[in-house]
Design a binder for this molecule. Structure first.
Ligand SMILES: [Cu+2]
Length: 172
């Protein structure tokens, strides 16, 4: 019995850690409802940058981001720490590799497929702190910021972050 739990403990720790990561949104804030939100921030996406490149927010503030993709490529608006973006870039690269998205859009036929046999990795792009916007489209992300920490909004589609598709969230 002792041997059993010793063997199980490490894998459980890894699973819990992975879960903590994908749902660790409490420190960066949380998704919110647009109802009652007064602050609207419009951000234009181009290939490959945001306009403007920074936003000012207050701790505890709820912001309705209205994101318009004026470029020719698919873009993401993701609120997170630099470490989170680095991690998400690996997931995005995997999704592109598996044909879930192309340079210009989502593969809507595959979006909701169950890829649980792929090493248990979820292939759904359903992170609450992120939205994908196809060329010519407008999407919204309503986010409640919790506390003043180092945050960036970024596009984690392969190559875009490196090309400079990132912006600063400044707490005032
Ligand atoms: Cu992009």
């Amino acid at each position: 019995m002792l041997g059993f739990s010793v063997v199980l403990a490490p894998s459980f720790a890894i699973a819990a850690g992975a879960n903590d990561h994908s749902h660790a949104t409490d420190s960066i804030g949380e998704p919110a409802k647009a109802v009652g939100t007064t602050r609207v921030v419009r951000i234009k996406m181009i290939d490959n940058a945001y306009e403007p490149e920074s936003v000012q927010v207050r701790a505890g503030e709820t912001v309705r981001f209205v994101l318009t993709n004026s470029g020719q490529l698919l873009h993401e608006f993701n609120i997170g720490t630099v470490a989170m973006h680095m991690e998400h870039q690996k997931e995005m690269a995997m999704m592109v590799e598996h044909g879930m998205m192309t340079a210009t859009g989502m593969n809507h036929d595959m979006k909701n497929m169950d890829h649980s046999q792929m090493g248990g990795m979820s292939m759904k792009h359903d992170d609450p702190n992120s939205v994908l916007v196809e060329p010519g489209k407008t999407a919204e992300l309503v986010w409640k910021f919790s506390k003043s920490i180092e945050l960036e909004f970024a596009c984690n589609i392969p190559g875009h972050y490196e090309a400079g598709m990132t912006g600063k969230v400044n707490f005032r």
